[in-house]
Write a protein that binds this ligand. Structure first.
Ligand code: GLN
Length: 534
């Protein structure tokens, strides 16, 4: 196939309807019918990327193989379609403006007034088409962040209108996701918000081709007919998206609703073979029929917002399904843990994960948690800052270096067991300057991680500025905490473990970014397996 087809996914009525999950589910179905598909997210905020955002603002910052700091929806895309995304898969208003302003300064528009239309909309269109051109996908699904009617979404909606016109009806479609609220007092589902939302689309010159309606209760045929009539679509284009217990069921629901078939018809593409979703169904079956339940404590400082640790939580869903175990995550605020109460706080959990993070807040609680699980032989996984806390704790309480610290937390410590990476020393700008993306790691012989991964060379994704200070390595290894994985180009320590402990592993990288339904991450799978033995 030569021409890439474009699907735009917009949202109306309210935010958080799950455009990302609908996009990922559709991609999954098209992929299972033999099409090459990618998904892109356009975000209407002015930050150039979400890397500088506090997780309280937008949830987790997801990192791609090529080192882009992106919206967490890209995590859903990868978890569903099991293919890596890139820099080009997430574009923000900030990035669009930055490119246009840089061009203006270079003199590219010399003599012209630079305006939202056409310059900003052209740059948006260029970014949408780039993916299709560069990688030659059969289908590119572009999710437009925000809700139609928002001031900041307008240039995106206009760009979609223009592209739809330029590409022609069989080469591009718009799927509009809305909410059909249920009024319990009268026991009715209401379609008016959907009608209004489609009207806003029409005011902006776009007739949606397909409507996906989020609902708590099944839509009757009359409701579907009413929406079809008032929103100018045929009845097959009114798709129900009913609430489900797990997001991973959405592709199956969309298949039942024939979303994929309707999309293919509109894009004039052959249906090919029926989607083979056996593996996917087995995954859900095991997820929904656990034989056991375990509780893992997730120690972090952003726990008020579940989305802050999205990829970690999803990785446990994947690992739970593999082991046929229900993994309950107990979120524990690191600021609430002290040496004095740690036993009480952790009394209900069988394993502990210390989350990634930045800055001093909550550090003491994380270190107290590590000490407790290390001394009590409770399974432990430390990710990035979590590994760094494990190193600091070991230095303080085993090596007797009572002032040991990460130089991120104390610039004056005499024992910086975690220190700023050499390459970071001259860095002053905050945006996109960490050690980001995929790097290789060589796993050492006779280690637990080698058993777990069952291979010596791995590649994992990173997002950090600090690292294990190798001048302390001898002391650590003598006392029982060992380096189990290294980046052999730089000597950077990627994995630390305590072989004497039941399961104690700290990783400088983020395994959670690579766990997908089809490829659950071995570290999470093994961690859950170990805890399930109890
Ligand atoms: N703050 C630490 C560093 O920059 C850890 C980062 C993280 O947990 N992602 O090295």
């Amino acid at each position: 196939m030569s021409e890439t087809k474009y699907i735009f996914v917009t949202g109306g009525v309210t935010s958080s309807l799950g455009k990302g999950i609908i996009s990922a589910s559709l991609a999954k179905l098209l992929q299972s019918r033999g099409y090459s598909v990618t998904i892109q997210k356009l975000d209407p905020y002015i930050n150039v990327d979400p890397g500088t955002l506090n997780p309280y603002e937008h949830g987790e910052c997801y990192v791609t193989e090529d080192g882009a700091e992106t919206d967490l929806d890209l995590g859903h895309y990868e978890r569903f379609i099991n293919l890596p995304t890139t820099q080009a898969n997430n574009v923000t208003t900030g990035r669009i403006y930055q490119t246009v302003i840089n061009k203006e300064r270079r003199g590219d528009y010399l003599g012209k007034t630079v305006q939202v239309i056409p310059h900003i909309t052209d740059e948006i269109k260029r970014n949408i088409k780039l993916l299709g051109k560069k990688f030659n996908y059969d289908v590119v699904i572009t999710e437009i962040g925000g809700t139609v009617g928002d001031i900041e979404s307008l240039p995106y909606i206009e760009a979609v209108r223009q592209l739809k016109w330029e590409l022609g009806p069989q080469n591009s479609i718009v799927i509009h996701l809305t909410l059909v609220p249920y009024l319990s007092a009268s026991g009715e589902l209401k379609t008016k918000p959907t009608q209004h939302s489609v009207k806003v689309m029409l005011e902006n010159g776009i007739q949606p081709d397909i409507l996906v309606l989020r609902t708590e209760h099944p839509l009757t045929i009359d409701i579907r007919k009413k929406v079809a009539l008032f929103c100018n679509v045929n009845i097959e284009s009114v798709i129900q998206s009913i609430d489900v217990s797990t997001i991973y069921e959405v592709p199956l629901l969309m298949k039942e609703e024939k979303l994929d078939v309707t999309v293919l018809k509109k894009l004039n593409l052959p249906e090919n073979e029926e989607p083979k979703l056996e593996k996917w169904k087995k995954f859900i079956d095991r997820l929904k029929n656990p034989k056991k339940e375990i509780t893992i404590g997730l120690v972090g400082k952003y726990i008020e917002l579940q989305d802050s640790y999205k990829s970690i939580i999803e990785s446990f869903v994947h690992a739970g399904s593999v082991n046929q175990v229900k993994v309950k995550i107990e979120s524990i605020h690191s600021e609430k843990i002290t040496e004095a109460n740690v036993a009480e706080v952790l009394k209900n959990v069988q394993g502990v994960i210390v989350a990634p993070g930045f800055g001093q807040r909550g550090i003491d609680g994380k270190i107290a948690a590590v000490r407790y699980v290390r001394e009590n032989n409770i399974p432990f996984l430390g990710i990035c800052l979590g590994m760094q806390c494990a190193v600091v704790e070991f230095a303080r309480n085993v090596l007797g270096l009572t002032d040991a610290d990460s130089s991120e937390m104390s610039r004056t410590t005499k024992n910086p067991v975690i220190d700023l990476m050499e390459e970071q020393k001259g860095v002053t700008e905050k945006g996109g300057t960490m050690r980001l993306g995929s790097y290789p790691c060589d796993i050492k012989k006779d280690t637990k991680v080698l058993e777990i991964y069952n291979k010596e060379h791995i590649e994992e994704r990173h997002r950090h500025r600090y690292e294990f200070n190798n001048s302390y390595m001898e002391k650590f290894e003598k006392a029982g905490m060992k380096s189990a994985g290294l980046n052999s180009d730089t000597g950077l320590v990627e994995i630390m473990e305590i072989p004497e402990h039941r399961w104690f592993i700290g990783v400088q990288f983020h395994p959670e970014y690579k766990s997908t339904v089809v490829n659950p991450h071995p570290l999470f799978v093994n961690f859950v397996k170990e805890i399930s033995k109890d």
